[in-house]
Write a protein that binds this ligand. Sequence first.
Ligand SMILES: *Cc1c(COP(=O)(O)O)cnc(C)c1O
Length: 392
Amino acid sequence: MEKLSATYEQQDKEYIVGAYGRFDVVLEKGKNATCWDVDGREYIDFTSGIGVNSLGYADEGWARAVAEQAAKLQHTSNLYYTKPGVELAKMLCEKTGYDKVFFVNSGAEANECAIKAARKYSFDRYGKERTEIITLQNSFHGRTVTTLAATGQDSFHNFFFPFTEGFRYAKANDLEDLTSKITENTCAVMMELIQGEGGVMPLEKEFVKAAAKLCKERDLLLIVDEVQTGVGRTGKLLASELFDITPDLVTLAKGLGSGLPIGAVLFQKNVAGVLGPGQHGTTFGGNPVACAGGCEVLRRVSEPAFLKEVQEKGAYLKAKIEEIPEVEGVDGTGMMLGIRLKTKTSGEAAKACVANGLLILTAKQKLRLLPPLTITYEEIDKGLEILKKTLA
Ligand SMILES: *Cc1c(COP(=O)(O)O)cnc(C)c1O
């Protein structure tokens, strides 16, 4: 009998633009870190939809919050106030210490907003020449024309010319290089603290702290892209806490909605007033259904006991993976881990894992793990068993 998966795969190829290289899997349903395809095959999920499903698949509290809001009021436009938007913004500010929030719908849009805010801040104080933003080599900031320009990888600067002007790329962990890139026209420095798509590359704490200090001295805004590292992913609510810094602007997205599209920019007091009425906006930003889901995520994930468990489960995973003979080492922290392999390529290893029932990601030459933060030890052990078998 022909598998249902094959039918959907074929129709996907027929009707959807071929911008994605997909695995041969058609998922139908899930529970926490376990999911099933349309043919009933079970998978352990070490991906959480690329760091999105913080509470796993079909979490009851999250599904209830979203369903109740959808049945009550699904969208209003930003002409009106809504309760879920206010609640989520208040909770975000109270739990992170930031002054204000702006809601968007994705990571790239959060970064666009932060870039606009930084340029506006500089425009207000220094006029229209001071516009340059320094980002780091090997970074990833999104797929819009501006966030592609912000991304410090040549391979992303192709096809779609002309890209947005005003980005320069400094070497990560090289303060001298960063300093040399600053000119009188620099307005901001933007970085991920653990480069995600770039291969799970944690920055050095001393570099990050020195960069933050440099920004303060020169009145450059520090934008930290926590689209992947934020909302508990590293075992802290924000990865910035791990680095002892307080950026002026922090961008969030992926894990904030646990599956619905939402992004947010956190503004420190010094920059919270720069975007005035009519100067920025988005139709869907702050959508009440997404915000209701976000409230459930933030309420749960910000609990100290929850974050401690993320750290512990991450440490457990790391230790167990390091015992596998094919593994050279494991980078990252909490539930954001990158596995260096000795002989296999990450692509072939990921494909083999999926064939054996484990969903796993790659980032450059590493296997990458972004499991749901709620994954159980039982699910972790099942996944590790498949990983071990596959890498044998
Ligand atoms: C995923 C990601 C983005 C882009 O987010 P989208 O929601 O796909 O636009 C930006 N920055 C980082 C660090 C990311 O991991």
